[in-house]
Write a protein that binds this ligand. Sequence first.
Ligand code: HH2
Length: 278
Amino acid sequence: MGDRTKPMTARPRLMGILNLTPDSFSDGGLYLGPDQARGHALRMVEEGADIIDVGGESTRPGAPPVPAEEQIRRVVPVIEGLRLQLPATVAVSIDTRYAAVAAAALDAGASMINDVAAGRDDPEILHLAAARGCMLVLMHMQGTPMTMQRDPHYHDVVAEVRAFLLARAQTAEEAGVPRERIILDPGIGFGKTTAHNLALLAHLEQLVATGYAVLLGTSRKRFMRSLCAEVEPRELVAAICATTAIGVLAGVSYFRVHDVKANRQAADVAHAIASAKP
Ligand code: HH2
């Protein structure tokens, strides 16, 4: 019998990645057709995804920006279809830096905005999130996808990322987004060396201590390949699961992943262990 006096944190939530892009670094072009996209999303939900994160622009290092109209053309029909087929308990998130894309996605049935620019590229996105009452992910990035891996540098990466995210959260709150709808993301791989990524992963509890919900995105990232001497991003499942388990133990609540089934297991086991702590 479980100890009912013990405070239980909520089960970690998994965000399954649905890239509707021809050029994403690990799955570009795989799910371009609406039927393939829906099929993949439904599979991720069966495997334990709580959220489907739909994106129409690759943000891999060196990627050129994709105009808002093209992103809308890619994501809206798929979100409309998903909303009809997915259980109401599964949220659809839109991965975009542009308010126009986010607005079209919310109209089509999304209920969460995932902005890798944290509202800096298009500040209107913060007002949109406030007006629509949706969840908002604010991610740290040094530079832009085009430039971010050229020469990333920090004096204290953990402190700087934390300060940046707190400042962006304050701006979002000033725009009317309530604190409990804001999720902070250290932006693993976005303008960071392997050492920077490792420092952030080693100090996740400092972000959790801000009191905001935290999201972690390590899935198939390049630095994980270098750590494992692995060429194929798809072969990194076990490595990603290790970061998910570490994230759960540090108090991270959301994980953005390609491989849902394995990460569900890693997250649930880590959560059970964390819940057994005195
Ligand atoms: N990483 C990617 C894209 N969006 N959003 C958040 N909040 N956090 C992340 O770490 C993150 C993100 C990049 O990964 P992927 O979608 O696999 O590739 P691409 O940008 O090439 O589509």
